[in-house]
Design a protein around this ligand. Structure first.
Ligand SMILES: Nc1ncnc2c1ncn2[C@@H]1O[C@H](COP(=O)(O)OS(=O)(=O)O)[C@@H](OP(=O)(O)O)[C@H]1O
Ligand SMILES: Nc1ncnc2c1ncn2[C@@H]1O[C@H](COP(=O)(O)OP(=O)(O)O)[C@@H](O)[C@H]1O
Length: 176
């Protein structure tokens, strides 16, 4: 274990717009922690939604989805497992609900601006949302409430994914 098993397990909660870089960075953080010998689980919005395809995007549906996943994350972390969670989770009250449930919670705001996310348009969803083909699209026709006090704020516009990962790892080291 190259980090000498010294990092304190936490729920690393990645929040931000679609295309901001949540999945890219969180997958790499998951792989890094795994390689270093930590018990770690990855929970991702798209993956959870594939299992529960009827979950929609109204505030009520997003909040229930986020709170349920947050509950699972809190149980895992209580048993010493690192949790890397990646959800748009656009509402402050639902994120705070999860924070309050977890013994250790680290909010990682991937603050890449809408303009850059839309320029990337990884899945072509912004184009569809602009044409009115997708309802309740975060940042276009649905709100995103910026985190009030995130432990980390990473704008990926001008950095590499590896630099983003390093910022997360440096933070974890600073807290251990
Ligand atoms: N209306 C609307 N708004 C936002 N996102 C949409 C929407 N419809 C589909 N998608 C796709 O769903 C992914 C977001 O799911 P999440 O579970 O992370 O969202 S949330 O936390 O419940 O807000 C999101 O994935 P990411 O791009 O990885 O964020 C999109 O691919
Ligand atoms: N520093 C960076 N961190 C993360 N993603 C980046 C970065 N620079 C460019 N990208 C690109 O931005 C896109 C982010 O998409 P993704 O990780 O799926 O975002 P999200 O999960 O937030 O929807 C990817 O195509 C990725 O290669």
């Amino acid at each position: 274990m190259s980090e000498e098993k010294k990092l304190k397990p936490t729920v690393l909660w990645f929040t931000g717009l679609s295309g901001s870089g949540k999945s890219t960075i969180s997958e790499k953080v998951y792989a890094r922690l795994n390689e270093e010998g930590y018990e770690v689980e990855h929970l991702d919005g798209d993956a959870v939604r594939e299992v529960f395809p009827t979950t929609g995007f109204s505030k009520e549906e997003r909040d229930s989805h986020v709170k349920r996943v947050g509950f699972v994350a809190s149980l895992l972390q209580k048993h010493g497992v690192f949790v890397v969670a990646s959800f748009i989770s656009p509402y402050q009250d639902a994120r705070d609900f999860v924070r309050d449930m977890c013994e250790d919670f680290t909010e990682v705001y991937i603050s890449t601006p809408l303009e850059e996310c839309e320029r990337r348009d990884v899945k072509g969803l912004y184009e569809k949302a602009r044409k009115g083909e997708i309802d309740n699209f975060t940042g276009i026709s649905d709100p995103y409430e910026e985190p009030e006090n995130p432990e980390l704020d990473i704008d990926t516009t001008d950095i590499t994914p590896e630099e983003g990962v390093q910022q997360v790892m440096d933070y974890l080291k600073s807290q251990s």
